[in-house]
Each structure stands twice: as C-alpha cells, then as structure tokens.
Design a protein around this ligand. Structure first.
Ligand code: E4P
Length: 221
C-alpha cells in the first residue's frame, strides 16, 4: 500500500520523507490556502524536496472542462509532466478526465462519495480515484464500505485505476482502508506520525536502556 502526505507544509513533508517510506504528496486548493500566498513557489519547493521519483498530485480549481484542461496544462508547464492532475467528479470533471486521458496526462478523480462515481471516473480514464472517507462518514455514509466496494469493482472489472483513499480524521479509518485493500492512502502529517507510533513502543525502549545500564553501565553494543 502506498502512503502519501496530504499537505503542503514544507517542514512536515521534509520530516516525514526523511523518516518514513512515503510515496508522494497530495494537495488541494484548501491545503494551499493554509501555506504561503505564492502557491507556485510552494508547489515547486515540494517537488524539489520529494524529487521526481515520488508522486505529486495537484488539483484544478475550474468548474468547466475547457478551463480544467487549461489549468491542467498550466500545472504541468509550471511544474513537470509527471505531476498527477486532480479533477473533481462534477460533470465537467468527467468530460475533462476523458480529454486529459486522450492527451496522455496522468489524473486522479477526486471528491468521490460513491463507488459508482469511482467506476464512472475509471471509465473516463482516471489513473487514480480518491474516495473521501471521513467526509462520507460525515454525511451519514460509510466511507470504509465505499472504499471496499471500489476495490472490489476494480478487481471485478480488472481496472487499471488505483484507489487512493483520502480524507481521514483518525488512524482507525486508515487501518480499515488498508484492511479492505485500498491501493494507496493519503493522510495529514499528524495521522502519518500516529500510524508509525505507539506510546508502549517508546516505554519498551526506555526499559531496554534502563535494564542495560543497570547491568553494563555506559558500555555500548
Ligand atoms: C485528498 O485528495 C483530499 O483533497 C483530502 O484528503 C480531503 O481531506 P479532508 O476531508 O480532510 O479535507
């Protein structure tokens, strides 16, 4: 399962990339508003930190297909052609996904709330689909079940589209997504930190040191 950082915070991205196995970074318009006003500079900086071998997802803002495609081309020309373009699954988004697929531009269909939306986006050529787990839960849906159904559809119809589960409020949602076979997860820096840690691990390490020092003092292995 691939793990991506859902953030544009440079400090967090640097830290997480240094310590953990991370496959890429996802952003959206809201995430960019949380950082500096110069979002192109911010995006270029993220790309230079993660390098070309990791995946980088940048979202369009327009709500008609012609402008979505123009924005996608601008993102690629400002950054690089390996960037995945995130396109929301409104009607104009599906239309744009088909055209971007025809142009050979890599895409992720985002803001997915139902398994059928994911299947339709896959039919339009999306390389990734991003179901919004916590936002689905927030509107009385079952985010994990939607992810599970998309994974099943993907296998059943032998789709090349990958499921990149997104929108998490807690570690358990991520855990459940990994259990139902999501191909990738994108989560905020704090959730990624929590995925790697448990207080008992740190307590165990302290005890090992204490026991060793009691017997061998300052002698190291
Ligand atoms: C990622 O692709 C989505 O934009 C993001 O995960 C949405 O997360 P949120 O619901 O926490 O804003």
């Amino acid at each position: 399962m691939k793990l991506l950082i859902d953030s544009a915070d440079i400090k967090s991205i640097k830290h997480l990339i240094e310590y953990y196995q991370i496959e890429g970074v996802t952003t959206n318009p809201t995430i960019l508003t949380m950082e500096t006003a110069n979002y192109w500079e911010q995006l270029r900086q993220i790309r230079s930190i993660i390098g070309q071998d990791k995946m980088f997802f940048v979202q369009t803002l327009a709500v008609n297909s012609t402008e979505i495609i123009e924005e996608a081309l601008k993102i690629i020309s400002e950054l690089d052609e390996n960037v995945h373009i995130k396109v929301p699954v409104i009607d104009e988004g599906y239309k744009a996904l088909k055209e971007l697929n025809r142009l050979g531009i890599k895409t992720l269909a985002t803001a997915i709330f139902t398994a059928q939306q994911a299947l339709m986006a896959a039919k339009c050529g999306a390389n990734f689909v991003a179901p919004y787990v916590n936002r689905i839960d927030n509107v009385s849906g079952d985010g994990i079940n939607v992810v599970s159904e998309i994974v099943k559809l993907s296998e059943m119809h032998q789709l090349s589209t990958e499921v990149l589960a997104a929108s998490f409020k807690n570690v358990n949602q991520v855990h459940q997504c990994s259990l139902v076979g999501a191909h990738s997860i994108t989560a905020s820096p704090d959730i990624i930190e929590q995925l790697h840690s448990h207080p008992s691990s740190a307590i165990s390490v302290k005890q090992f040191s204490k026991d060793w020092e009691a017997r061998f003092g300052s002698v190291r292995i």
